[in-house]
Design a protein around this ligand. Structure first.
Ligand code: HEC
Length: 184
């Protein structure tokens, strides 16, 4: 098959530059594909405990729970999802909540938190590192203490001043400061 060599070469010349120029398809990121091993385990726990019976992906809504109509948050909203510590704190520390208690072990809470966090973790907005001089104790984002002061996103607890990434983080902190305080 001596004669086929030039044909192959010509084909290669045509094909190579084309493939090199091909950009990767800009498809919507498939979240399932990027879940870590721990998050996948957390997903199973989420499904087993029927969390999605109340927490509907992408939808905050009113629902009758134990005879009362209450607001059920969407756990996959970027704020909640980006913050596994918050999910953990809610499941462990928050006593006054409209959510019926669900018994999970520490390990299960950790895994389910990782799952919720990874769902939208990439959506957390960031500020440039050069402007940051604090870290939000709730979501772990870099924070400018000056900007946080301006927006009233700060709080004093046990003699320490905390700066938050957003007002939602501040609300979360105030609900369960013990879960987030840094011991001096
Ligand atoms: C019977 C319905 C129901 C089920 C099942 C349920 N939740 Fe909830 N959940 C709620 C309600 C209602 C709230 C709002 C409570 C509040 O604001 O105090 C809530 C709040 C939360 C919050 C705090 C979110 C926020 O914005 O304050 C987290 C985290 C959470 N749930 C996680 C879970 C996980 C994980 C599971 C499964 C193990 C689960 N929930 C199962 C009803 C439910």
């Amino acid at each position: 098959m001596k004669n086929s060599l030039p044909v192959i070469l010509i084909l290669l010349i045509f094909l190579l530059p084309n493939t090199a120029c091909q950009k990767p398809a800009t498809e919507k990121k498939d979240v399932k594909a990027v879940l870590s091993e721990n998050a996948l385990q957390g997903k199973l726990i989420f499904e087993k405990n029927k969390c999605s019976r109340c927490h509907i992906k992408g939808e905050e809504h009113m629902q009758v729970i134990e005879g009362r109509e209450v607001l059920v948050p969407d756990l996959t909203n970027p704020f909640i999802a980006g913050d596994s510590l918050f999910v953990r704190a809610h499941l462990r520390f928050v006593e006054e909540t409209d959510m019926p208690p669900i018994k999970l072990t520490d390990k299960e809470i950790q895994l389910v938190s990782t799952y919720v966090a990874e769902l939208h973790a990439s959506l957390q907005p960031a500020i440039p590192a050069s402007e940051a001089d604090a870290v939000c104790p709730v979501c772990g984002a870099l924070v400018s203490s000056r900007q946080a002061k301006e927006k009233d996103n700060w709080f004093e607890y046990l003699g320490m001043t905390y700066y938050f990434e957003c007002s939602a983080c501040k609300d979360v902190f105030i609900r369960a400061p013990e879960a987030y305080k840094t011991t001096p």
